[in-house]
Structure formats: structure tokens, C-alpha cells
Unconditional design. Structure first.
Lengths: 334, 165, 396
């Protein structure tokens, strides 16, 4: 045990270990959430869902899909802008991985506790916007172009409510560090969602829009644009986008849990239990939010682009600003 | 008509939709017999009704090579060849009977549109419908069922179902 | 060179303001597209998200029905004709057979007429359920698809139990419905009357269809997002609809109370009590709502028909080899998609001399250039879906 602590106190070894863990988390989380989506959506539609791959329950369905994607031919359209086409999925994946770095999985269990953790998380998550625009533009396909432009408008429009919604939680906690916010919730004894329900609601809606999931999936719009900005992607490039979407669902849910739902803490559980139960609790809460995202996706149709924009600018931004004002007043007065 | 006008509270329509999806999910998970709509094919197969038009079976004994089915088929997917054979007379000293014998009776299921006209016009009840549906092939030639294969399908022809009075 | 006034003005204006030059993009929607109900191609000039100058290009699915009919006999054409509008198979056969029977002046027995009516209404329910399945899918909601198709399975199983075919029943014969397989002297004659248990199963299925239609209604019709996507979109005024020849639920959604079931007598609809649902505004939501109400009315008709079905022969006495006497006639029927008509010209042969098919969807999509002018691209999909056409019906 002492050998391991010495080993990991070496900066490079611990860096390698953290990179490995983060790199493994993305496909694992993506696979689990993707499988959950397949099965849950099937149950909501009175179907079985995958059951064949891997014997019972079809647990190997997504692994088989992953292998299938890998062995496909790497098709790039002749008129596409090749470097941009190739970099786009990587950018989207990078933004997802970057988000996982600041999520506190337990007391002290965080890859890197930045003092501006919240700021960093929001900035990194907007990197995927560029990736999507690149994908749409470089595909040399009119449908992809339309999808990419819709994505540009939508993602930029919903960045603002996303950012404004978390300001309320930051005001209550007094710090921008993610671990610090969880500790502030622990010391105050209640999760921030109780007072920040407006902020939580706005954050979840804006997160759904950032993920371009139904009801905000105009950029993909399967029944209109075939796959929007993803039309020309196949094989492992599509796999990157696919995994990035599911992993991003987890990342954004984990951020929402950290900021509003108390992170890895449950009231009544002592500090030393949290050391090993923290990750489990965080995962459970994040998966609950992911379930809600899946539930919304299979129930609702999609908004039209202009309705989407008016929802963001005319409804969500004023609510978020009002939330900030009220929170600031309460913080100063009480 | 009134149910859609009742959603006075904004957002109630969406909440009702969410409730429908969630309740379907729980019903499918915990009461699968009544609510699950799909089956684990090929472990569990659905049984088609007795009258389902799956495949056509041939009774070679009854066929007299009258060619009515081949003529009436809209796609001309039945290929029949026959020749006349002389059979000995019933009684000694009687006439020699001449009978048609089947050489070839093929139905090309790649062309067949499962309309049933051939079965209907056969005057000698040599063709029957059978509800079997699992005869897909990996090459087109396999979709041409010859005489013996059509005779084998005869074993799968169900009994006439009971009728509504 | 003399500079004319307009040119001078144009030059003066264009030197004052610096405008962002944007170009229109010509977008081909289709023929391979998830939402065009088949191989329809729309050539649209798109400026940003607005489409102008939308031209439908059809003919990708032309199968030559009218030419085929010149060289086929009546039973063969009956087998072919239910593939025109493949979603509601049975309803395509009825007006054709009725046209031939009119020329031959045959009286169809009562039981056969009742069976034809029940199966036609089941075809209507089946077609409208496909609409309920595919229209929310085009708007993005994936779940009503499965609910509606699950109920459609019940109706198709019933159709299969009677006719042997789910989509292509081929159950009509001149003089009635198909009486039996086998016409020889053997004992294996299979009478094609209603199988045992059909009436009870139909009652049961109709109850379940009603329940699920209500479920789909609550999932879809009250949803604020659907209302935002369909209310006020694609408004079709009744005069325009009538002038373009739109028929069926599309016409009724625009407010015109015209149903061929009440006007024509190809089937005994006058014996049953049902309403004709009419919409108010003629937008996409009304077209959805009218079809939903029509499913409920069809259920009502079937329930009445089942309660009152008489016994009797299934086919009138017709000669073995049917030759329709010389003449011509036009019979139109209220198909699920609209008005379907057959103009039959016979010169005494075993097959028609000429069969002209007036299909509902062909006239229904003739309003696409008018209704899609200046509309946003997502709305194109919403409007096309609400017109509920099938390319087999358009191109024949």
C-alpha cells in the first residue's frame, strides 16, 4: 500500500493514471448510457429492445455496434474539406473529456480541482459548438450545411442560459471551485436545488439544447435532414460523435448534480463513508438525470428553429437573470 | 374532442405525454404478458392464422395439366410442362386411355404476388394455400420451388377453419 | 448608350448601402428522404431556412397500372389494384369491382356488401393509424409510431383472418366477395366466409383501438410542442382546396363537409349512423384531428355493421367466364386518402378496354407548390406529412 502511494505521488505516474482513467471513463459511460437508452426507449414503446447480442438482455449490443463501426470503410466525401472533416469529431470528444476533469467524485476525488472550475467547465463545453460547425461545413453536403448552421444558432443561443443558470449556485456557495461548491452544500445542510429550482430548470433545459437532443434536435432532425451535420460521417468518426453525445449527457448531468443536487453527498452520511460511497452516489444522481433526459427524448417532438430561439432568448434568459437578481438580494439580506 | 380542450394549464399537455410514456414503461417491465408488443423472434414465433397466404402447395395426383393456373396468373410465374401418356384400359378390350402427366410444375416465388388466383381457378383442387412463411433464400434461384418441394408443402396445409354461422 | 431611369436609380441605391450578398440554394428534398412518404422529389429554392418555388417531381414510382389493365382480366386486375395505395389495401379494390358490376348490372348480395363495408372501414382505420404513426415521427416524436402500429397489427390480423392477406387482400370478386377456394368436385373446397370468432374478435379489437387512439391523442394532441408546430401551419382555405381537387380528410379539415360515403352508393353506408368530422381552420392540426375523429367514426360503423350482419350468399350468380358488356362508367369512392375513382371502358372482353384511375394523392399533392410557398424548411415536412399521401397512389 505504501508502495502504491509512493508510486502515485510521482507527478508523471499519477498524471498517466488520471489520463488512463478519464480515457476509459468516456467509452464506458457512453456504452452504459447508450445501452440504457436503447432498453429504456424500447420499454417506453412496449418493445423488448436488443436481446440477442450477448445472450440475455443484449448487453453486448453496443459493444458489437462499436466493433462494427470500427471495421467500416473510412469514407470522406470527395469535395469535403479533409482536415476540418477529420478534426471535427475529435474536438467534440475533447470537450466531453475536458468536462469530466473538474467533476468531484468524492471528497478529494477530483482529477484537478481548479479554483475556477465552473468557469472552466462552461468554457470547455462550448468547444463542441466549434466541432459541430466544422462537421456541418466541411461535409460538402447541403443537408449537413443546414444542420451545421442550425446548430451554430442553437448552441450559441443556449450557451447564455446555461451560463446564467449556474451563477445563482455560485453566488450561494461563494466560490467557483466545483469541490468548493459541494463542500458549501454539505456545510449548509441542504442541496441548492431547493432555492435554485429556477436555475436548475433552466440549466437542464439548456443542457438538453447543448446536447442537441430532442426536443432540441433541429441540427440533427432525423426526419428532415437525414442526420444533419452528421450525414456524411460513418465508421469510427461517427462513433466518436455518438460516444461523445452519451458521455456528454453524463458530464452535463454530473455538473448539474454537483451544482444543484449536492454532488456526492447525501444528508445523514458521514465523511468517511463518503470517501468510497461518494462516486456511487454521484453516479446514481447523474443517471437519474440521464434517465429524465432519455424520458424527454422519447416523449416529445422537436421544436422548430425559431421557436427554439424564442424559447431561449425570450423565456430562459430573463428567468435566469431574474434568478440571479433574487439570489443576490437574498444572499445579501440574509 | 373535449379532452384536448381541457389542457388549460400551460404545460399540462407535455406532462400528460410524459405520464403516458412512463406508465407504458412500467407496464412493459412488470406486466409483459399484457403489454409487451414484440416477441423474441426466432426463439418465439408468431403463428399466422390458418387462412394466411404463405406458400402454395401442389397435389400432383390431382393435377391434370390443364394449364388454367399458369394462364390466369397475373405474373406468369407458374411454369408447367407435361406430356400425354397412354394408360392401359380399365377392362380388357376397352379403349386406351390417354392421360396428361406432369413433367414440370414450378412456381417462382420471386415473381409470385400471392394473389391466389391460381388456387381459386384450379378446377381439380390441386393447389392449396399454406400459412408457412419461412422459406427465404440467399440466392434468387432458390425461390423457384419445383414439383417435389411444392408437394412437400402439402403437409403444412391446415384443416379448413370453422366458419362463423 | 442611354441610361434608363431604373438603372440609374439602381446604381445610385447600390452605392449607398453595403448589403450582405446571400445566394439562394437549390435544395433537392428527396427522392430518397425519410419524410417524403415514398420517392417524391421536391426541388426547392432555399434562402436560409425559407423555401420558395417548390416543385414536386413525381413519376419515380410509376408502375403503369393503366397500361397493365389493358392486358389483364378482371380478377387479375383486382389482385393488382390493391397495390396502388398500399397502406389501405382493400379500399382500392372496391370501386373497381363496383364499376364492373354496374356495367354488368349485377345485384350484390347483402352479406357480401356488409363484409365489403366492414373490410373497407378496417382499411380506413389501418390507413389513418399509419398516419398517426408517421406524422409525429416526422415532427420528432418517436413513440406514437409504436403505439399506432401495435394497434394496426390487430386490425391487420383481423383482415388476414378473413382474406388471407394483410395489406393486399384480393378479396373482391365481381358479384360479391370471394366465395371459396377450389371449385372442383373434391372435398377440399375452402369456403372463404368469415372465420369463427371473427365478430367477437372484431368487437374486442375495436375497443382496444379506441383506447389506444385516446392514448395517442393525449400523448400528441395536447402537447404544446406539437401545437406550436402544427397550429396555423399550412393553412388551406376551402376555395383553394376545392379548386385544386383536394379530397378526403384534407378537404374536410378545411371546413368543407363533403364525404362521398354520404353521397355515393357504392356501399350501403346509408344503413349506418355516423358523423362526418369537419375541421375549422384547415391547418395541419385540423388535418390530424379530422383523421383521429374519422377513426372513431369508423369504429362506430364497424360496430353497427357487426351487430347487423345478415346471412346469405357471398357472391351473386355470375357466369364462369366473366365478360363485361360494352359500356363505360365512372365510380368514385371515399378512400382513406381521398376520392378514388375508376373510369372503366369495356368493349365486351374479359378485361377492360381502358381503365383510368383517379387517385386521391395525385390531386392532393397538386397543391404543394401553392401551400409551400415561403414556408420554413421544417414546416415543409410538417405540411407534407399532414397531407398524408403515398407515392404509389400518386404515380400509380
Amino acid at each position: 500500500m505504501g508502495f502504491l502511494t509512493d508510486l502515485f505521488s510521482n507527478f508523471w505516474v499519477s498524471l498517466a493514471g488520471k489520463l488512463l482513467l478519464v480515457g476509459l471513463m468516456i467509452p464506458l459511460v457512453g456504452l452504459v448510457i447508450g445501452f440504457a437508452e436503447l432498453k429504456l426507449s424500447a420499454k417506453m414503446q412496449a418493445r423488448i429492445g436488443p436481446y440477442f447480442a450477448g445472450g440475455r438482455w443484449g448487453w453486448a449490443q453496443l459493444i458489437a455496434d462499436g466493433v462494427k463501426f470500427f471495421q467500416k470503410e473510412d469514407l470522406i466525401p470527395a469535395e469535403a474539406d479533409k482536415p476540418v472533416f477529420k478534426i471535427a469529431p475529435i474536438l467534440v470528444l475533447v470537450s466531453t473529456v475536458g468536462l469530466l476533469v473538474v467533476i468531484p467524485f468524492g471528497p478529494g476525488l477530483i482529477f484537478r480541482d481548479l479554483s475556477v472550475g465552473v468557469f472552466y467547465a462552461l468554457a470547455i463545453s462550448s468547444l463542441s459548438t466549434i466541432g459541430i460547425l466544422m462537421a456541418g461545413w466541411s461535409s460538402a453536403n447541403k443537408y449537413s450545411l443546414m444542420g451545421g448552421l442550425r446548430a451554430a444558432g442553437q448552441l450559441i443561443a443556449y450557451e447564455l442560459p446555461l451560463v446564467l443558470a449556474v451563477v445563482g449556485a455560485v453566488i450561494l456557495a461563494g466560490t467557483m471551485s466545483m469541490a468548493g461548491i459541494v463542500e458549501a452544500q454539505i456545510s449548509s445542510g441542504y442541496p441548492y436545488v431547493i432555492f435554485q429550482f429556477l436555475g436548475f430548470g433552466v440549466f437542464m433545459i439548456a443542457a438538453l439544447a447543448e446536447l442537441t437532443r430532442i426536443p432540441f434536435d433541429m441540427p440533427i432532425a432525423e426526419s428532415e435532414l437525414v442526420m444533419g451535420y452528421l450525414t456524411e460521417y460513418s465508421g469510427f468518426r461517427f462513433l466518436f460523435f455518438f460516444l461523445a453525445e452519451f458521455a456528454n449527457m453524463f458530464s452535463l448531468s454530473a455538473i448539474a448534480v454537483t451544482l444543484f443536487l449536492g454532488g456526492y453527498w447525501l444528508p445523514g452520511i458521514s465523511e468517511d463513508v463518503l470517501a468510497w460511497a461518494g462516486p456511487v452516489i454521484l453516479m446514481a444522481k447523474a443517471f437519474l438525470l440521464v434517465f429524465i433526459m432519455i424520458w424527454f427524448r422519447w416523449t416529445f417532438p422537436r421544436f422548430r428553429e425559431d421557436q427554439l430561439q424564442s424559447l431561449s432568448w425570450k423565456i430562459l434568459v430573463p428567468i435566469a437573470l431574474a434568478n440571479i437578481a433574487i439570489t443576490a438580494v437574498f444572499k445579501v439580506v440574509f | 374532442m373535449t379532452d384536448t380542450r381541457l389542457r388549460q394549464v400551460p404545460g399540462m399537455g407535455m406532462v400528460k405525454g410524459l405520464w403516458v410514456t412512463l406508465s407504458t414503461m412500467f407496464k412493459t417491465l412488470f406486466l409483459p404478458k399484457a403489454h409487451l408488443a414484440t416477441v423474441n423472434y426466432p426463439k418465439v414465433k408468431e403463428q399466422p392464422v390458418p387462412r394466411a397466404r404463405g406458400v402454395i402447395a401442389l397435389d400432383q395426383e390431382a393435377c391434370t395439366v390443364c394449364m388454367l393456373c399458369a394462364r390466369q396468373c397475373p405474373d406468369w410465374c407458374i411454369y408447367i410442362e407435361g406430356h400425354k401418356e397412354e394408360k392401359p384400359p380399365d377392362k380388357p378390350g376397352g379403349r386406351i386411355k390417354v392421360r396428361n402427366t406432369l413433367d414440370r410444375f414450378d412456381i417462382d416465388y420471386a415473381l409470385c404476388m400471392y394473389c391466389g388466383i391460381c388456387v381459386e381457378v384450379c378446377p381439380f383442387d390441386a393447389l392449396f394455400w399454406s400459412p408457412e412463411y419461412e422459406y427465404s433464400e440467399s440466392h434468387m434461384g432458390g425461390m423457384l420451388h419445383d414439383m417435389d418441394r411444392l408437394q412437400d408443402w402439402l403437409l403444412t396445409v391446415p384443416e379448413n377453419p370453422a366458419l362463423e354461422n | 448608350m442611354v441610361l434608363d431611369q431604373d438603372l440609374v436609380r439602381h446604381l445610385a441605391e447600390s452605392s449607398v448601402s453595403v448589403e450582405l450578398e446571400t445566394e439562394d440554394m437549390t435544395l433537392n428534398i428527396g427522392p430518397q428522404h425519410p419524410s417524403t412518404h415514398g420517392v417524391l422529389r421536391l426541388v426547392a429554392r432555399v434562402d436560409g431556412e425559407r423555401a420558395f418555388d417548390v416543385h414536386p417531381v413525381i413519376g419515380y414510382m410509376h408502375r403503369g397500372y393503366e397500361k397493365l389493365s389493358e392486358v389483364r382480366t378482371y380478377p387479375q386486375i383486382t389482385a393488382l389494384v390493391n397495390r396502388i395505395d398500399w397502406v389501405s389495401g382493400y379500399a382500392n379494390e372496391v370501386p373497381f369491382i363496383v364499376a364492373a358490376e354496374k356495367l354488368m348490372e349485377i345485384e350484390v348480395p347483402e352479406r357480401a356488401q356488409y363484409i365489403r363495408l366492414i373490410l373497407t372501414e378496417m382499411a380506413r382505420i389501418s390507413s389513418h393509424l399509419v398516419f398517426m404513426a408517421s406524422y409525429p415521427l416526422e415532427l420528432g416524436a418517436a413513440t406514437p409510431l409504436f403505439f399506432a402500429l401495435r394497434e394496426r397489427e390487430r386490425v391487420l390480423d383481423l383482415l388476414e383472418g378473413v382474406t388471407g392477406g394483410r395489406f393486399h387482400p384480393n378479396f373482391n370478386r365481381i358479384g360479391g366477395v370471394k366465395p371459396a377456394y377450389g371449385s372442383g368436385s373434391s372435398t377440399r373446397k375452402v369456403i372463404q366466409d368469415l372465420p369463427a370468432g371473427f365478430l367477437a374478435e372484431t368487437r374486442d379489437a375495436m375497443d382496444k383501438v379506441t383506447v389506444v387512439v385516446d392514448e395517442i391523442n393525449s400523448l400528441v394532441a395536447g402537447n404544446e410542442i406539437i401545437l406550436a408546430r402544427t397550429k396555423g401551419i399550412g393553412v388551406l382555405p376551402p376555395e383553394v382546396a376545392a379548386s385544386y381537387g383536394v379530397s378526403g380528410p384534407n378537404l374536410r379539415a378545411s371546413g368543407v363537409k363533403f364525404d362521398l360515403r354520404k353521397v355515393e352508393d357504392y356501399l350501403p353506408y346509408h344503413l349506418f349512423d355516423f358523423e362526418v368530422p369537419v375541421g375549422e381552420n384547415g391547418d395541419c392540426w385540423d388535418r390530424w384531428h379530422v383523421r383521429l375523429l374519422e377513426i372513431r367514426q369508423s369504429v362506430r360503423i364497424i360496430q353497427q355493421a357487426i351487430d347487423g350482419i345478415p346471412s346469405g350468399p357471398l357472391q351473386a350468380k355470375v357466369p364462369k367466364v366473366i365478360k363485361v358488356p360494352k359500356g363505360e362508367t365512372y365510380v368514385r369512392a371515399e378512400n382513406p386518402k381521398g376520392e378514388m375513382g375508376y373510369y372503366l371502358v369495356s368493349n365486351g372482353g374479359q378485361g377492360p378496354y381502358r381503365l383510368k384511375i383517379r387517385s386521391a394523392s395525385f390531386s392532393n399533392i397538386s397543391i404543394l407548390p401553392w401551400i409551400l410557398e415561403g414556408v420554413l424548411v421544417p414546416d415543409i415536412i410538417a405540411i407534407m406529412g399532414s397531407l398524408d399521401f403515398v407515392l404509389g397512389d400518386v404515380d400509380r
